[in-house]
Ligand binder design. Structure first.
Ligand SMILES: [Zn+2]
Length: 473
């Protein structure tokens, strides 16, 4: 049976959303946060946080939020590229629907966002982002504060601006605040993490030595050849220098996030604020022999942290192992703030995670869907294949469809690093996931985006900035 026919028939992966089969929601405190703070940490792979098993001292504050809040153990981003992923967080739609496939592309009018929904519900809405090119994704915010020049604004300055805004408010109205940090994106030899934190990481590397090397090889799948190569790349600075810089940037953001949190809490306002911390995508760092992000959709690229913290006693601290998606955030945040949304009218592709947060087992079996950014001319010249790459991921298996070249199938339970391609070995999940992706692809064919992958228009005002950040040549 052809894959598309299979997909359109009844499948074991058919949608069953929110089936709770006889167990009512465990009663916790009434939902109803007054305010929401959404933090996105650009380029932060989940497994570099202590809360997700990283052994180095990088994220004490985020770890404390995770310990007292709800930590989603397996959150999948819709893309490994900044603007498409952020736009999926903001719209609860995948890139194939919202149409932002590249940085610098504007979200089309008419698609509601988290911010526009909260604005329409009477919230003050404010965006503080550390790069300029995300303006096109951030529709619906009344206060819009973006880095004004090429390059990025450090976390400390972005927190300064956000706290200035906060302190200037009259204090009564509810608010939805988005803060974006870009420091972790920059971990190459030009990166300038705070000197004290870089020194902490270098000392930690020296102390851990072979243990750290073994951890990176075994747990992150980074080859010893790659680690040896790093030594020459950062000549004279040691083989862990990239990791020291990446981790120092995380520690820097962690420090500023604490400052933001304390600044927002120190107000005389006694309102209740929900904090959401996530990342738009991860980073290669040598896993799958790749540094950077955007090109692949392996776990280190699209597995992101997601932590919800609501203050003392708001949530029963919980680790949720079930796979969830970025597109689930919009309806979740709205429900927690008591903002009604019509998921069908808004064409939301996610569903509220509140039942899961209350401990209700949910039969959610729709795969997480991710789409690679298309290769533009710069990347084609750099050797990227000119192909569509789509991913369907269920709790145990992950299928990567390549329109050119061989597909991939991984058993995440046996092979969490996605190294042993099981395609063609006769597993039933291969047909099921291929069929689901074929159906998704058929939808994309029937709903083409106005921009063809290589003819996409990047807003001219962003070209210099994207060049400075290394996205364009
Ligand atoms: Zn990004």
């Amino acid at each position: 049976m052809p894959a598309v026919t299979r997909a359109l028939g009844v499948s074991t992966l058919a949608l069953i959303v929110g089936s709770v089969a006889g167990c009512g929601p465990a009663r916790e405190r009434p939902i109803g946060f007054d305010n929401v703070v959404l933090v996105t940490i650009d380029t932060l792979r989940a497994d570099h946080l202590g809360a997700y098993g990283y052994p180095r001292p990088v994220s004490p504050f985020i770890d404390s939020l995770a310990a007292e809040g709800v930590r989603f153990d397996r959150t999948i981003a819709s893309s490994s590229h900044t603007a498409p992923s952020h736009t999926s967080i903001f719209t609860a739609q995948h890139p194939a629907r919202h149409g932002v496939l590249f940085n610098g592309v504007k979200l089309q009018p008419g698609i509601p966002t988290l911010a526009s929904t909260f604005r329409d519900a009477g919230f003050d809405t404010a965006a503080f982002a550390s790069v300029r090119f995300l303006r096109g994704s951030a529709r619906g915010f009344e206060t819009r504060n973006f880095h004004s020049r090429a390059g990025f604004r450090r976390a400390e300055r972005t927190v300064d601006r956000a706290l200035e805004w906060f302190e200037s408010r009259d204090g009564d109205s509810r608010f939805f605040l988005w803060v974006h940090f870009f420091d972790v994106h920059s971990s190459n030899e030009k990166a300038r993490p705070p000197a004290d934190l870089l020194e902490v990481m270098r000392q930690d590397s020296r102390q851990r030595g072979e243990d750290l090397r073994g951890f990176l090889i075994q747990r992150h799948g980074i080859s010893s050849a790659f680690l040896d190569g790093e030594k020459s790349r950062f000549s004279g600075m040691g083989s862990f220098e990239r990791f020291d810089r990446y981790d120092a940037q995380i520690a820097s953001v962690d420090r500023q996030l604490r400052r933001l949190f304390e600044g927002l809490q120190s107000s005389s306002q006694r309102s209740k604020t929900l904090f959401v911390v996530t990342a738009d995508h991860g980073e290669g760092l040598g896993s799958h022999q790749y540094i950077g992000h955007g090109k692949h959709l392996y776990g280190e690229q699209i597995w992101v942290p997601m932590i919800l913290y609501g203050g003392d006693g708001s949530f029963t601290p919980r680790i949720i192992e079930q796979r969830v998606r970025h597109v689930d955030l919009f309806p979740t945040i709205a429900e927690l703030a008591g903002v009604a949304v019509d998921a069908d009218a808004l064409e939301l592709e996610g569903r509220s995670l509140v039942p899961l947060m209350r401990g209700v087992k949910s039969e959610i079996v729709e795969p997480a869907f991710s789409q690679r950014r298309p290769a533009d001319m710069v990347r084609l010249r750099g050797g990227w294949p000119d192909e569509l790459v789509l991913v369907a991921q269920v709790d145990r298996f992950k299928y990567i469809l390549h329109s050119v070249g061989d597909d991939e199938l991984y058993d995440l339970a046996a092979d969490p690093l996605e190294l042993d391609n099981l395609i063609g070995t006769g597993l039933p999940e291969e047909d099921e996931l291929a069929g689901w992706l074929a159906r998704k692809y058929q939808w994309m064919v029937e709903h083409p985006l106005s921009e063809s992958p290589n003819g996409v228009q990047i807003e001219s005002e962003y070209v210099e900035e994207l060049k400075a950040l290394g996205y364009l040549n």
